[in-house]
Write a protein that binds this ligand. Structure first.
Ligand code: GLY
Length: 427
């Protein structure tokens, strides 16, 4: 028994000390695991499919281009290229990016931002692929078709029912939609057309008004009357309860408002992002290693839940994807703050990067994992991708790693090709 206590104390000590470790010491290890795990995937793109996660038996589950996760795998290859400068990764990145060619015309849901910005967007940013610029503009135009001028918001999903199949949503807007604004900002900069920028600003402002609670936690879904703009419902789809905090949603919101500040330099977005970051990083439900459960309030009896997953079997899963999205966003946020203000966020992000790089969360070279990180959650209420590796956890992990390396070099995160503010002032 005593031995167990000493072991637990040592474990606690090693977790609390991880942030002091230089991030560069992890980089080589991560690249080596990626060589093996991504190497096992092979040429799935030849069948026009993109690696997303595992099936329950551990085999690779790949999806067609219109799946919301389709842009991340190409994005992972671009980040591997950025981190290693090895052309092998660039070749794979191009293959997995260009099978999404038709998505630039897709307006069936809001996810075109994720799909195109994470693949083609990174190809344009780090791959020298000038021909991708028009794809980004076309995709922004497709996404803009979902903007409703009456109410100033982009519709996330077409008509949809909640998990329980009884609640109907007519103009559902989900917090995840904040992630699609980056494509719009980028397209305004590239095309000189301020329309996309204006749509993004309108969406961000309305989301601030209606998705957020006083403590800066966010609802997952807000449903609107498309004519009057009246809020019809505030609820969850992938979270534990309507009033709870779905972990990935908190991370999407944080990342989204940091992006809004990058694009506009409007301090209200910086302050808002800071408040969300404060909510996330000080929340009492976050475990010591900073990898949250899939919902901050899971199993909390104060929250009214109408569903009973697996008849009460323990479902306290961690969501590594929520952690890596948070880490990446915090590093960018830190780069806009004074060094003193930034340090807390940098330490927090470093802890996440270092802790997910341990054998508890990262695949070993011997496993047949196909991805870098284990233990993410797609949606517990839908029993989808629960406690699995997912391509988007890897994406934001590699992005966070790359951003942290930049930050350590000179407190910058993203090289601004041309400031969007400078471009838009001329319009
Ligand atoms: N819709 C994206 C997500 O599941 O987070």
């Amino acid at each position: 028994m005593n031995r167990i206590i000493v072991l637990l104390m040592l474990l606690g000590l090693s977790i609390s000390c991880t942030s002091k470790k230089n991030i560069k010491t992890n980089k080589q290890k991560i690249i080596e695991v990626a060589e093996v795990q991504y190497g096992k995937i092979g040429d799935v793109y030849k069948s026009k499919l993109i690696p997303r996660t595992h099936h329950k038996d551990g085999s690779l589950r790949s999806v067609p281009p219109f799946d919301w996760t389709s842009g991340f795998y190409g994005g992972n290859m671009w980040y591997m290229y950025e981190l290693t400068k090895d052309d092998k990764w660039k070749e794979r990145a191009i293959d997995y990016t260009e099978i999404l060619d038709t998505i630039q015309w897709y307006s069936g849901n809001h996810d075109v931002g994720f799909m195109i910005n994470c693949s083609y967007g990174n190809g344009y940013r780090v791959g020298g692929k000038e021909d991708y610029k028009q794809v980004l503009i076309n995709a922004a135009e497709s996404l803009s078709k979902r903007f409703n001028n009456n109410i100033g918001l982009i519709k996330s999903w077409n008509y949809r029912k909640a998990w329980n199949d009884t609640t109907e949503w007519f103009f559902p807007v989900i917090i995840d939609n904040m992630m699609n604004l980056e494509l719009l900002f980028e397209a305004s900069k590239l095309s000189g057309n301020k329309k996309y920028y204006n749509i993004a600003i309108s969406h961000a402002n309305k989301t601030m008004e209606n998705h957020y609670r006083e403590d800066y936690s966010s609802y997952h879904v807000v449903d609107y009357d498309a004519i009057t703009g009246k809020v019809l419902d505030k609820a969850t789809c992938q979270g534990y309860a309507d009033e709870s905090s779905w972990s990935r949603g908190q991370a999407w919101g944080l990342y989204g408002y940091v992006t809004c500040y990058r694009a506009t330099k409007d301090k209200k977005y910086l302050d808002f992002a800071n408040n969300i970051a404060n909510y996330i990083t000080t929340h009492p439900s976050i475990p010591k290693d900073k990898i949250p459960y899939w919902d901050y309030h899971v199993n909390n009896k104060d929250y009214k839940v109408e569903w009973d997953y697996q008849n009460g079997v323990d479902y306290l899963y961690r969501d590594v994807s929520a952690a890596t999205i948070t880490a990446s966003a915090l590093i960018e946020l830190a780069s806009y703050l004074s060094e003193e203000e930034a340090n807390n966020y940098i330490d927090y992000a470093k802890d996440i990067i270092n802790n997910v790089s341990t054998s508890k969360y990262m695949a070993s070279k011997k496993e047949d994992n196909y991805f870098l990180l284990k233990h993410s959650v797609g949606s517990v209420p839908h029993s989808g991708d629960v406690d699995m590796p997912v391509n988007y956890a890897d994406y934001y992990f590699l992005e966070a790693l790359s951003r942290m390396l930049n930050y350590e070099e000179g407190r910058h995160v993203l090289p601004e090709k041309t400031s969007i503010a400078a471009v838009l002032q001329q319009l």
